[in-house]
Design a protein. Structure first.
Ligand code: NAD
Length: 350
């Protein structure tokens, strides 16, 4: 079984995943690594952004790490063959339903935040966003013409007990390995789906996770608290729509797009999909300007959540922190290091 499947993808994807490979070969030389074309690169080579063989390899690996996909050269390709279609097919094929997005603030970068240093320095908040249900997928959805003129648009927010329970379980399990606190955010004051959400989370907590502290918070209050006192949070679990908005809000507390990792997890024992939040950045691709830390921190998450190597994850995290403290900065962070030099800086601290 392959431990880590790398899907470099397009644009800066291959540049940043090359640094992940260097880090992995140094930190965990025993891990087996395989690499496959994905996205536009796969379309060019095989006529499809995600081949059956690559999906099978992803499902058979312990963790999958993707760089980024897409770029202007594939803009004219049929919609179902575009690089982004490959990414959606990969997520669906791997059945990853819980999106983990950390909002992390490294001390050396705290002054780059839009909030005061004391509010964000040391921030380590984890969002668990439900990824495959809710209002983005609920039926019915349509726009219809009204007889007297004008139109009516309908989206449906829908959740089942099983969908809520499985994502809440991920949040409780994560909290156990972190600081033991979960906030569950919904709008149970005005939405039936919010009421069910609260009921199911409360019930699961009572049955299986009483050792974890659970607090319920209305999603609008969560939005305020994230900018008022973000360090009060450990894990926040929420639905697809609120998670989309709140995790972006929290991510922006901590600086550059080039710093933000993510994970998407499925059922226990199934491989996770790890990827930097950023895209393929065609404007800087091929120039050695990309910040590889979002990809390197995505590998740190893979070590922690799929590869059962928490000690190595801690070492990698500390190495990134030390490299930043020593002044290592790519251009997006106001410095002049190349992608490979940032990789060197992390390796030196390892
Ligand atoms: P982008 O994230 O690629 O770039 C936005 C801006 O941030 C650019 O100026 C870019 O230079 C900069 N940037 C991004 N990552 C950086 C890094 N690691 N280091 C330094 N600077 C970085 O978003 P976009 O420009 O809207 O999209 C470009 C392409 O990427 C599109 O084809 C889009 O569809 C695709 N995309 C893919 C993913 C993904 O693969 N998950 C996500 C978003 C966008």
């Amino acid at each position: 079984m392959t431990d880590l499947l790398l899907l470099p993808g397009d644009g800066i994807g291959p540049e940043v995943t090359a640094q992940v490979r260097r880090v992995a070969e140094r930190l965990t030389p025993d891990l087996s690594i395989e690499e496959r074309a994905f996205g536009g690169a796969s379309y060019d080579a095989h006529g499809a952004p995600l081949t059956d063989e690559t999906l099978a390899a992803a499902k058979a690996a312990r963790a999958v790490l993707m760089g980024a996909v897409g770029g202007p050269q594939w803009a004219g390709v049929a919609r179902d063959k575009r690089p982004e279609a490959g990414l959606l097919a990969l997520r669906a094929g791997m059945e990853v339903f819980a999106n983990l997005r950390p909002a992390l603030c490294f001390g050396p970068l705290a002054d780059a935040s839009s909030l005061k240093r004391e509010l964000v320095e040391g921030l380590d908040l984890m969002f668990v966003r439900e990824l495959t249900g809710g209002i983005y997928f609920g039926q019915p959805r349509f726009i219809e013409d009204l007889p007297g003129g004008g139109k009516r648009a309908v989206d449906t927010q829908v959740y089942t007990t099983a969908e809520i329970e499985r994502v809440a379980r991920v949040a409780f399990e994560l909290a156990r390995k972190r600081r033991g606190k979960v906030h569950s955010a919904e709008k149970s004051n005005v939405m039936d789906s919010g009421l069910l959400w609260r009921e199911v989370v409360t019930d699961l907590h009572r049955r299986e996770y009483a050792d974890v502290t659970l607090e319920h918070i209305l999603a609008d209050n969560a939005a305020m608290q994230i900018v008022k006192n973000p360090k009060q949070f450990d894990v926040i679990v929420t639905d697809n729509l609120f998670g989309d908005i709140l995790s972006d809000e929290a991510a922006q507390l901590t600086g550059s797009l080039g710093m933000l990792p993510s994970a998407a997890l499925g059922a226990e024992g199934k491989p996770g999909l790890y990827e930097p939040i950023h895209g393929s950045a065609p404007d800087i691709a091929g120039q050695g300007l990309a910040n590889p830390l979002a990809a390197i921190l995505s590998f740190e998450m893979a070590l922690r959540w799929s590869l059962a190597r928490p000690a190595e994850a801690d070492r990698l995290f500390a190495a990134v922190d030390k490299a930043l403290a020593a002044g290592a900065r790519t251009r997006d962070l106001g410095g002049s290091l190349t992608t490979a030099q940032m990789g060197d800086a992390v390796l030196a601290e390892l």
